[in-house]
Structures are given as structure tokens and as C-alpha cells.
Design a protein around this ligand. Structure first.
Ligand SMILES: Nc1ncnc2c1ncn2[C@@H]1O[C@H](COP(=O)(O)OP(=O)(O)OP(=O)(O)O)[C@@H](O)[C@H]1O
Ligand SMILES: O=P(O)(O)OC[C@H]1O[C@H](OP(=O)(O)OP(=O)(O)O)[C@H](O)[C@@H]1O
Length: 211
């Protein structure tokens, strides 16, 4: 039997992903050691391999078949646009992709003004404004602390993740429009889906019982 390889997104989702696997009897104790610099972990008994990578790299590993299965936020799947099958909503990491800004920006959106949109997710923002809203905008790519952009005058609005809403509140910003709901998803390489269909279907089945 060959190894099934999992690419797991680092960061916020990682500990819940490991907990989920534990619930169905797949443990990888070594992965919990935050000090370890080891990159890949093997479960010999179940013929599984796991590695953690930056979220946006997960769909890349899965599209190329370097990982059979990936676990990552829906935001990352939409942004990366890789050829992968999304097979399961894992139910954690829930948040929303939203257009946010100061209350005054509401009118700019309503009247389809040519506004600047700062975001870590240029493809999601482009798709929303061009294909859903049919509004021409200027997209400005940033890499973090997106809420700063409208405060310092870099953009009129932002397209970003909102979970509790406290970052917006503490910075005098608000949700103006919702783009889509988000959560952690399981993705599968299309070839693996066919070649390892029994093992993957069984895994999905078992995960469904604990989600
Ligand atoms: N409040 C939140 N902020 C950001 N992401 C969240 C939040 N709540 C849930 N998520 C989900 O968690 C995923 C991973 O978030 P995390 O912040 O760890 O990754 P990241 O933004 O790629 O990290 P970094 O840029 O710090 O490397 C996101 O892609 C998203 O799906
Ligand atoms: O609604 P909230 O619960 O306040 O969460 C949303 C905030 O969290 C994320 O930022 P993150 O902490 O990942 O930092 P970053 O801005 O550097 O990406 C996101 O980009 C928002 O800024």
C-alpha cells in the first residue's frame, strides 16, 4: 500500500485539524511539538504522511499531486484557483470574506464609484467586483494588517476576513457587504481521487461522523 500524503495549512487551523484527525484515531504526536523543525511526519501503521505548509501553498501541493489531500481555508482555495476537488466542509475556522470600510464608504459602493480596494485576496476581490457586482475598482494587494489601508488613505475599502469583528470595531470600520462565508475545507488531487478512491472515501465517511 502506498502512502497517502496530507498537506495541512499552518497557523490558525492547524491545531483543530490535528484534533479532528485524532477523533477518528489518526494521531501524529510529533506534529504537536511546536519547537520541532522537522517538516514531514509519517504514520507507518496507517501508511499516512503529513506535512504543514503555508496555507496558500496547500492547493499547489495538492494540484501537483505532491500531496493527495489538503486541508485549508476556503478563502485560500478560492484565491489560488488550483485544479483540485473540494470534498468536505470541516466546519471549523468559520469566518466571512467581507468588503469593509468606514460607514461613509457605503455610498461609494452603492453608486459604483471607481474606488480602491486593499486586500490580501486580489482574485477574490476581482471576482466579486467584476463578476458579481459589475463595478470597476482598483485592487491594491497587501500582505497583512489590511484594516490600516482605509485609515491611512491607501484605499476606500478593504476585502478581508471578518471573524469576531473586533479588529474592525477597534479601528472604526464596519462590514459594508458580505462576499461569502468561509471555513476549513478538505481538497483532493483529481488523480488521487480516482486511484485511491476507496481509502479517500472511507476517510471522508469517518470524518463526516465527527464533524
Ligand atoms: N480571524 C481570522 N483571520 C484570518 N483567518 C481566519 C480567521 N478565522 C478563521 N480563519 C481561517 O484560518 C485560515 C488560516 O489563517 P492564518 O491567519 O493562520 O493564515 P494566514 O492568514 O495565511 O497566516 P499568515 O499570513 O500569518 O501566514 C484562513 O485562511 C481562514 O480560512
Ligand atoms: O474579526 P476578527 O476576529 O477581528 O478577525 C479578523 C482579522 O484577523 C485576520 O488578521 P490576522 O490576525 O490573520 O493578521 P493579518 O492582518 O496580519 O493577516 C483578518 O485579516 C482580520 O484582520
Amino acid at each position: 500500500m502506498r502512502y497517502l500524503t496530507f498537506a495541512l495549512g499552518k497557523g490558525r487551523l492547524a491545531s483543530q485539524t490535528l484534533e479532528l484527525f485524532e477523533k477518528i484515531g489518526i494521531t501524529c504526536e510529533e506534529m504537536k511539538d511546536k519547537k520541532s523543525r522537522k517538516l514531514i511526519f509519517v504514520n507507518e501503521e496507517l501508511k499516512l504522511r503529513f506535512f504543514l505548509s503555508k496555507g496558500p501553498d496547500v492547493p499547489t501541493y495538492v494540484e501537483y499531486g505532491a500531496a493527495d489531500i489538503g486541508i485549508v481555508g476556503r478563502d485560500t482555495i478560492l484565491e489560488e484557483g488550483r485544479k483540485v476537488h473540494e470534498v468536505l466542509d470541516l466546519g471549523y475556522g468559520k469566518c466571512r470574506m467581507c468588503i469593509c470600510g468606514p460607514k461613509e464608504a457605503e455610498d461609494l459602493l452603492k453608486h459604483h464609484e471607481l474606488i480602491r480596494v486593499a486586500t490580501k485576496y486580489p482574485n477574490i476581490a476581482k471576482d466579486y467586483f467584476y463578476n458579481v457586482k459589475h463595478q470597476t475598482v482598483e485592487i491594491i494587494k497587501l500582505n497583512g494588517s489590511i484594516e490600516l489601508a482605509p485609515i491611512v488613505g491607501l484605499s476606500e475599502v478593504i476585502c478581508d476576513i471578518v471573524e469576531t469583528g473586533s479588529t474592525l470595531r477597534e479601528n472604526g470600520l464596519t462590514v459594508l457587504e458580505e462576499v461569502c462565508p468561509l471555513s476549513a475545507r478538505m481538497i483532493v488531487n483529481p488523480v488521487s481521487m480516482r486511484m485511491e478512491s476507496e481509502r479517500i472515501k472511507d476517510l471522508i465517511q469517518r470524518l463526516r461522523t465527527v464533524i
